[in-house]
Design a protein around this ligand. Structure first.
Ligand code: S3P
Length: 450
């Protein structure tokens, strides 16, 4: 799993324009969910375009441990023979979710309403992340959790033999928490209700409906209210995973800040619960077009074309947009450093409990490359230095966080001096092929620390 190997330092240098097409990998959120729901059907689910990053491979392995047959037929093409809702087997050994918060949290929810016990662990990043946000709601279903101090992994979950349905309002905007409760609700009798005050990515709801579950979404005074009828029989599906907007963010943002660039990023899922970054960039004045907009598999999809955008201005990113771009603040803060004026990011305290404390990781890394920032528990402000303005010359600590590593490598493509990251190994969790993809566009990124 990531973070257990020898560090891979990398350095990015300013070079010529980035040009060409960037075919980014499949969506990470959808890939996890496709494997998990496939494991709950009796019969064969086929998945194409699956992200073969370490996070998703850990979920595939976990589904095998719970009794499903999960096979890779060819690149991105996978087959899952599931066990049926209520049919999970008890794993014989510890489930290692690597770096993946989504994997571990969804699977803890999934098993919480089955009469089995499982122990979960992960890498140093995952072992430091809070799990009470999952163990609190699954306790309401009747599950018990025994973990380290502060609700950390390793942790053992004893699933409920006699689960009851739950009505739960998520205390923070989190698709992982919402999804864990819905997956737990699948094996509880009656109706499980999840209410979220702010909409978060809705892939679980869409996919549950696609697999034949009875699920409704209403907007009430309390918020977005999702009602799931438990113990359905899920029907196997064919799922074509769209390409990941969170991965598309890196070549898109690189093109906006590298002089003369013109990059096409085809087939990107533009589900409104995921597209906040692109809206923000356009507000900043980015030359970013949605070409060939269409619907695929019930999701809006387009080809993104990003061109060098020296006229970008800093803005205040509204807090209401945070959930729809929560994974994109690191790379947005790099773009902000090359814009004119300041960019204020507010309502972003969830960034402190991601794969790393992303506010701190970006703040220290940007400062080390000559950028002025301000930060607080729930906000982050970057003072833009204009096109080509970032001095660079620093080494950022990636902190086992793929998006921190990729963000600083993007910065180095436009900064005055090279920018290094101490360990780019975690990029393999979500974006295998990042290095050759960027190289094919003309980026200069090499495996040195300068
Ligand atoms: C994800 C939800 C988000 C996001 C993560 C993927 C998901 O986490 O940051 O990368 O697939 O449900 P939170 O639920 O903690 O916001």
């Amino acid at each position: 799993m990531s973070g257990h190997g020898t560090p891979i330092p990398m350095t990015a240098r300013r070079a010529g324009p980035l040009r060409g097409a960037a075919h980014v990998p499949g969506d990470k959120s959808i890939s996890h969910r496709a494997l998990i729901l496939g494991a709950l059907c009796v019969g064969e689910t086929r998945i194409t375009g699956l992200l073969e990053g370490e996070d998703v491979l850990a979920t595939a392995e976990a589904m095998r441990a719970f009794g499903a047959t999960v096979e890779r037929l060819s690149e991105g093409d996978w087959r899952v023979q599931g066990v049926g809702v209520g049919g999970l087997a008890e794993p014989e050994t510890v489930i290692d979710c690597g770096n993946s918060g989504t994997g571990v949290r969804l699977i803890m929810g999934l098993m919480a309403t089955s009469p089995i016990t499982a122990t979960f662990t992960g890498d140093a990043s995952l072992r430091s992340r809070p799990m009470a946000r999952i163990t609190d709601p699954i306790a309401l279903f009747g599950a018990a959790a025994y973990g380290r101090a502060g609700g950390r992994l390793p942790m053992t979950i004893v699933g409920s033999a006699d689960p009851v349905p739950v009505r739960y309002t998520t205390p923070m905007p989190s698709a992982q928490v919402k999804s864990a409760v819905l997956l737990a609700g699948l094996n509880a009798p009656g109706q499980t209700v999840v209410i979220e005050k702010e909409a978060t990515r809705d892939h679980t709801e869409r996919m549950l409906a696609g697999f034949g579950a009875e699920i409704t979404v209403e907007h009430t005074a309390e918020g977005r209210t999702i009602t799931l009828t438990g113990q359905p029989e899920l029907a196997p599906q064919s799922i074509a995973v769209p390409r990941d907007p969170s991965s598309a963010a890196f070549p898109v943002c690189a093109a906006l800040i590298v002089e003369g660039s013109d990059v096409l990023v085809p087939n990107i899922g533009l589900n409104p619960t995921r597209a906040g970054l692109f809206e923000t960039l356009r507000e900043m004045g980015a030359d970013l077009a949605y070409e060939n907009p269409r619907e695929e598999g019930g999701e809006p999809v387009a080809d993104l074309r990003a061109r060098y955008s020296p006229a970008m201005q800093g803005i205040r990113v509204p807090a209401e947009r945070a959930a729809s771009m929560i994974d994109e603040y690191p790379v947005l803060s790099v773009v902000a450093a090359f814009a004119t004026g300041k960019t204020e990011m507010v309502g972003v305290k969830e960034l402190r409990v991601k794969e790393s404390d992303r506010i701190d990781a970006m703040a220290r890394g940007l400062e080390g490359n000559g950028v002025t920032i301000e930060e607080g528990p729930d906000f982050f402000t970057v003072h833009g230095m204009g096109p080509g303005g970032m001095p660079g010359g620093g080494t950022a600590a990636a902190r086992l966080d793929h998006r921190i590593a990729m963000s600083f490598l993007v910065a180095g493509l436009a900064a005055q001096k090279p920018v290094s990251v101490d360990d780019a190994g975690p990029i393999a969790t979500s974006f295998p092929g990042f290095e050759p993809l960027m190289a094919a566009l003309g980026a200069r990124i090499d495996r040195t620390n300068r």
